[in-house]
Unconditional design. Sequence first.
Length: 355
Amino acid sequence: MRRNNNHNGDVLRGAIIGFGNAALHAHLPAWQTSEGFEIAAVVEPNREQADKARRVLPAVPVYSTFEELLDNGRLDFIDICTPPCYHVELVTAACRSGLHVFCEKPLTVSTASLQEIQQVARAHERVVFTVNNWKYAPLWLKMRELIDAGLIGSIRSISLNVLRPPNSGGGASAWRKCLELAWGGILIDHGWHNLYVILSLIGKPPRSVAAKMYPRDAVGACCEETVDLTVSFGDAEAHLHLTWQADCRRNYGSVGGDKGEVLINDDHLVCRCAGRGPLQFHFAEALSAGSHHPEWMSPVVANFRREISDPQERGGNLQEARWCAQLIELAYRSSQENSRPLQAPVPADAAWAPC
């Protein structure tokens, strides 16, 4: 395999690793509608999924292993759409092979493996970028706009609720409910997205984490299906409720400041602040609609390209992933320790960098 180190203005050639629903319905459309990228290969060991890739991309070679991919052609990056259990091995192998990495969440849920990824990426001067498309949903972009305009003042509280019925989180093969493949349950499936949204809204490092999960034996036995998580930021606190046991699909909550609040109800926001009537904002798609949201991917792909083209731009996304991994790791520990709040230490080698 040959690699190209001069990326400015070049078309970047990539390979999708794992051709499931996320690849087909979210990642591939993003690459196809973004200038400067070409999907030149697919790796998919499952015969049925590999045949689907050949039908969708008839001119693109499909390999059964990552090693076969490395032996053929020139690539600049890989896009990892596999279950989480394969992420760390693929990310580090790609960096050592001179490839940049675009990876589905969670990058990892271990701070030790996250540190390993950071070290390998730095040593080989490669970008490792985790998909954070939820914060580019129109609703969250409007929320960011209202906060930046000072309408609700300094944030003091965030409450987010994610309701999904029992048949959610399974996918075609139900791998998201297999602990060995997914690393966890709804905290992995929805928690990662909501945590980076919370971090981006508050814009400061968390201080402690406390969590309660059901079933109680989730860690080490089965996947948690309901989670209540509290993250303290000192002068602000965020509460996150996630469940696969609801009777509907719905996302709702609130962001409260010292001057007002914004109410979230799936497809609209209501901003209430002193001195003016409520402001309402409606959106074409509810947060709970669908699972893939390709329309939220364009800024993610653009930021990936920016980090590749300009080394000075690198680090923010990987630092965001490090915080998400650390908070999830602490949440599992807290749940095992009867919801005891656990301190979230700031990594010695990484200053806080709002993403």
